[in-house]
Design a protein around this ligand. Sequence first.
Ligand SMILES: Cc1cc2nc3c(=O)[nH]c(=O)nc-3n(C[C@H](O)[C@H](O)[C@H](O)COP(=O)(O)OP(=O)(O)OC[C@H]3O[C@@H](n4cnc5c(N)ncnc54)[C@H](O)[C@@H]3O)c2cc1C
Length: 578
Amino acid sequence: MMPPLSALNTDILILGAGGAGLFAALHAKKTAPDLDVTIAVKGLLGKCGCTRMVQGGYNVALAAGDSIERHFMDTVEGGKWLNDQDLAWMLVTGAQVRIRELENELGCFFDRNPDGTVHQKAFAGQTFDRTVHKGDLTGIEIINRLMEQVWRRDVRRLEDHRALDLIQASDGAGLAGVLMLDIRTGEPLLVRARAVLLATGGGPTMYKYHTPSGDKSCDGLAMALRAGLPLRDMEMVQFHPTGLLAGPGTRMTGTVLEEGLRGSGGFLLDASRERFMFAYDERGERATRDIVSRSIMYRIREGHATPNGGVYIRMAHLGPAEVRRQFKGMVERCADCGFDLAGGDVEVVPTAHYMMGGVVFDTQCRTPMPRLYAAGEDTGGVHGANRLGGNGVANSTVFGAIAGDRMAGAVTNEPGTLPDCDARAIDAALDRAYGPIGRAPGDIFAMREELLELMWDQVGILRSGAQLQNATSRLDGLAGAVAACGIPDGDRRFNLTWMDRLNLENLIAVSRAICAAALKRDDSRGAHFREDFPQTSALDHSTYTVVRSTESGLHVEMQPVHFTRVRPGESLLRGAAE
Ligand SMILES: Cc1cc2nc3c(=O)[nH]c(=O)nc-3n(C[C@H](O)[C@H](O)[C@H](O)COP(=O)(O)OP(=O)(O)OC[C@H]3O[C@@H](n4cnc5c(N)ncnc54)[C@H](O)[C@@H]3O)c2cc1C
């Protein structure tokens, strides 16, 4: 039986409380203090999502000798020329403003040089040391300060509330609200709003080894697909080369050991304790994430895997005391799992880390659906085929702030009544969430394990057309199995089996989009590698994938990249100080 539906009206509804969501709330309130702003989050504000987990730091061109042009070129070259260059430009210019706001207005304190300037460290794939950090646990500093500032303001918080579906207006002219589920009571809540921000943070948790927080299950991307929105670059899933291999049955397996370990001179060794990276790339361990991840997979496939199926990382040659000083967080994380990072070898494996793909949006954070905005890891186009380490949190804070400003401006400039919600869309969303309750249950855990193994084996770091075809039909089968699977009708409060089922449904929907885009892209670029198409096609004629869900299934098309600022082979640095 469907539960009664409560309703709430607000001016601005923000979905997600990571760097993007919290910045959006602060900026919306700054731009228009009288607006009613609501932030809804699947967990507790400031305690969930990936911004809190940021280790390495925040990319921004601050130091003498660096420049926004250099940061831009690194971002576009790292993205293998698939980036939307206007978005990438917004990222590098906006980062300079946001980092000052973080320190001078919001109270963050980043590590400093002896002369008092902000310390910036090296990250792979960059031509300048520009990563601002707080030790190796930068995200906690950023998110704690953002959380405190949001608490201080008059922002309504809906914690333990998960967004279920976007609800369009009854006249079909854009978004009218979002159907939420109050996880604490199990009751639905319809939130009507004049503007909604999608900032649920993507997160490729459909892979056997993954780094993002457990609350992330691509909900925003799945909701966007169901609403018919276009998603770009979905085949571009970034694998971080060094996820901890702590053994099966622990959530610590897959958690990331940060890039700075390789950047500062760490070695990767195979089962025979041989360094192998130079066999694959002249930069050795300092090659970019995609190359290091692929090289590790080749090494494993060639029969040189460690007992748990990975390789080793070694830091001891840099001096255990120095490693402990520089990488306190990583050393302690390993020690918690019984490993000695400072003095011994630790098993690691590539781990799914970040989705470059996401909802198509513009420099004002508008999506193709009126009144729906998007920011952070839910969006596509900023990073192209690969994200530079350090550009992720810059992305969420830069675009979160823009979204807050623009939504507040739009709502203020267009006062009027709240749009009416489409009643059939509400019923469909309620039915999707509540319909399975009371039907014959199935083994959700086994289905989730099957998805994780399938995505890792067939849609992972090394792909082929045959594997992707096979994965497509197996994903269809899994989607059918989950759709048929019910949930026992019992206590709906904090019902984790129900939440797992909803998560799984979303993960499968987004996995299908990844698979469809990966099949369509018949070249190799950045994070996407096809063993049957190992070459990168002509950069000058670059195209990107756009996936939509239609009544006849997923539809993928290729769109040309517009090189609005610089073409492949050119550089903005020519003539400037290189
Ligand atoms: C271990 C780790 C280390 C990283 N290190 C770095 C680094 O050093 N530098 C860097 O630049 N980037 C790093 N990243 C990437 C970076 O964390 C992300 O790019 C960025 O923080 C994403 O911000 P966001 O606001 O988009 O999403 P998040 O911070 O993940 O926030 C998403 C929010 O949405 C909420 N949510 C999810 N689903 C729903 C739903 N259905 N309803 C309501 N709320 C929902 C979540 O609970 C959360 O509050 C790292 C990521 C990980 C996992």
